[in-house]
Design a protein around this ligand. Structure first.
Ligand code: SAM
Length: 223
């Protein structure tokens, strides 16, 4: 069995009892950055061996992992934070397992976009998740596509790109769309800034160079 195990996006208490048990019982845990995962393991007394599995080696090691699973191993996949496969490695291994007849199960658990959307105050009965926008080629096309959606959309953005991203969102969606910038969710300095795109640009342009941490942007739909 391959288990995909969501891990905290900040607060190390945000992990389920079942996730801890699966991580303890697995033969091996595949982790994006084993140093990051060791901190979580120490906090919860998990001693299972860790093996690196990340964007730079997933193509090379996937076939070997599937063989190990087919021979009967129980393997858990985690990422540095949140749910594996959501803007993180995971999909390639899941697809290879599905094709190789290996059972796959993903535990429910933390992911950054759900608390950002739900706390944004923007209707969340329907939504579109777009992850990270392309940095260069295709970025404007993507922004135009998102701007035309009738329901809210969610993107992941780095703090140093946020001011430019807000400018681009205003160019694509207009200044009056409601939006929310959720920063450092579940951490000590968690902040949710809600307002029109123009208000958010104003706020964050005054913070230029000082915005730190991890960010989710939620933008109201066009309807
Ligand atoms: N797998 C993760 C998930 O399930 O959400 C996402 C991993 S992606 C590499 C990292 C991005 O997720 C960050 O750049 C940020 O946009 C968002 N993110 C992760 N943790 C966050 C947090 N505590 N607060 C706000 N955004 C966060």
């Amino acid at each position: 069995m391959l288990y995909l195990v969501p891990t905290p996006i900040g607060n190390l208490e945000d992990i389920t009892l079942r996730a801890i048990r699966i991580l303890k019982e697995a033969d091996v845990v595949l982790a994006e950055d084993t140093r990051t995962s060791k901190v979580l393991f120490q906090k919860h007394g998990i001693e299972t061996p860790l093996r690196a599995f990340h964007a730079h080696n997933e193509h090379g090691v996937t076939a070997g992992i599937v063989e190990q699973l087919q021979r009967g191993a129980t393997i858990a996949l985690i990422s540095d934070a949140g749910t594996p496969g959501i803007s993180d490695p995971g999909f390639l291994l899941v697809r290879a397992c599905v094709q190789g007849g290996v059972p796959v199960s993903c535990l429910p658990g933390p992911t950054a976009f759900v608390p950002a959307l739900v706390a944004s105050g923007i209707p969340c009965d329907r939504f579109h998740f777009d992850g990270f926008l392309p940095h260069k080629k295709g970025r404007q096309t993507r922004l135009r596509y998102l701007a035309a959606l009738p329901h809210p959309f969610i993107i992941y953005e780095s703090p140093h790109r946020l001011p430019r991203c807000l400018e681009e969102l205003i160019a694509a969606c207009g200044p009056d769309r409601q939006a929310c910038v959720a920063r450092e969710l579940s951490k000590l300095h968690e902040e949710l800034h809600r307002g029109t795109l123009a208000e958010l640009r104003e706020y964050f342009s005054q913070q230029a160079g000082k915005v730190k941490g991890e960010i989710v942007v939620v933008v109201q739909g066009s309807a």
